[in-house]
Design a protein around this ligand. Structure first.
Ligand SMILES: NC(=O)c1ccc[n+]([C@@H]2O[C@H](COP(=O)([O-])OP(=O)(O)OC[C@H]3O[C@@H](n4cnc5c(N)ncnc54)[C@H](OP(=O)(O)O)[C@@H]3O)[C@@H](O)[C@H]2O)c1
Length: 282
């Protein structure tokens, strides 16, 4: 991956940081995108130390704030010559309803809307760097998600706020499929990957036999291997619009494969995130 550039949102912690390490070890330039300066600096130091790759950059962005996403994307476009892999890893799962700066549900704004806007603003750079890849970190919980157009258009506090996470992952799968369709002829692939249930080693002391624990739970290091595979594997060069459960190409929720509905979600997200005629076209 020498001479390649990878941008990974949520690269300051957890699976994102471990994925960044695996990709940095290949010699790629890595751009870590996160909100928190201290987490980001610590992660970059750790990545440089463990991989001997000093071509690691930190760029701050708050994905729930569209103004911040635009400033971030402007900086990337004006300073980077290429972008070979964009990994959407940052996400939140909240146990209460909260609002983003623009009045949308905070989970949807962070997990779905901000990444949608970011992809839009970076797509020309990805096209220029083709063959390039967009990787969405999804979750098997997307099977439980649904998006009603009312929910997307009007903020309705959820009775079970965690459900917003499922919905955000569901919406991302719809968007990933629509993106894959739109970018198919341009050598930019778009795939989604579920890394398993990932918890840090220190929390693995659940009272279950070790072999069951090992089977059910993955460490961030183990989870990262599945993401790096989608980002790097030469055999996946022309594979697009797929859902991977760990290494395995799997069935996604059939409700994320409805072209007309995906287009409708796309159009609503364009309006919500303020994608305008001046922004790159897809
Ligand atoms: N853990 C699991 O079992 C599991 C299972 C399936 C899928 N996933 C997916 O895997 C991904 C990573 O999960 P994880 O558990 O490793 O996450 P994590 O440890 O909680 O890390 C979240 C990352 O997202 C960043 N982030 C959060 N809100 C942000 C915002 N508004 N703007 C920019 N960056 C923001 C954080 O940056 P700061 O340092 O700035 O806070 C951090 O780097 C997520 O997409 C998650 O949905 C996880």
């Amino acid at each position: 991956m020498n001479n390649k550039t990878v941008l990974i949102t949520g690269g300051s912690k957890g699976i994102g940081k471990e994925t960044a390490k695996l990709l940095a070890a290949t010699g790629a330039r890595i751009i870590i995108a996160c909100r928190n300066l201290e987490n980001g600096e610590k992660a970059c130091e750790e990545i440089v130390l463990t991989t001997n790759n000093s071509n690691i950059a930190l760029r701050l962005v708050d994905l729930s704030d569209f103004k911040s996403v635009r400033e971030f994307a402007d900086k990337i476009v004006s300073t980077e010559f290429r972008l070979d892999v964009l990994i959407h890893c940052a996400a939140i799962l909240l146990d209460k309803n909260m609002l983003a700066p623009n009045g949308f549900d905070l989970t949807m704004a962070t997990n779905t809307m901000g990444p949608f806007l970011l992809t839009h603003l970076l797509v020309d750079l990805l096209k220029r760097s083709a063959p390039s890849r967009i990787v969405y970190m999804t979750s098997s919980t997307h099977f439980y998600g649904k998006i009603t157009f009312d929910e997307l258009n009007n903020y309705i506090p959820s009775k079970w706020p965690q459900y917003n996470y499922f919905n955000s992952k569901f919406a991302n799968m719809c968007i990933a499929n629509e993106l894959a369709r739109r970018l198919e002829q341009l050598n930019v692939t778009v795939n989604s990957v579920h890394p398993g249930i990932v918890i840090p080693e220190k929390f693995k002391s659940v009272p279950l036999p070790a072999f069951i624990r090992k089977k059910i739970f993955k460490t961030p290091e183990e989870g990262a291997v599945f993401i790096a595979n989608i980002a790097l594997n030469e055999e996946l060069l022309n594979v697009t619009g797929q859902y991977f459960n760990k290494f395995k190409k799997s069935h996604m929720s059939i409700r994320t494969m409805h072209e007309e509905k995906n287009e409708e979600i796309w159009e609503i997200l364009k309006i919500q995130t303020g994608v305008s005629g001046f922004d790159p076209r897809m």
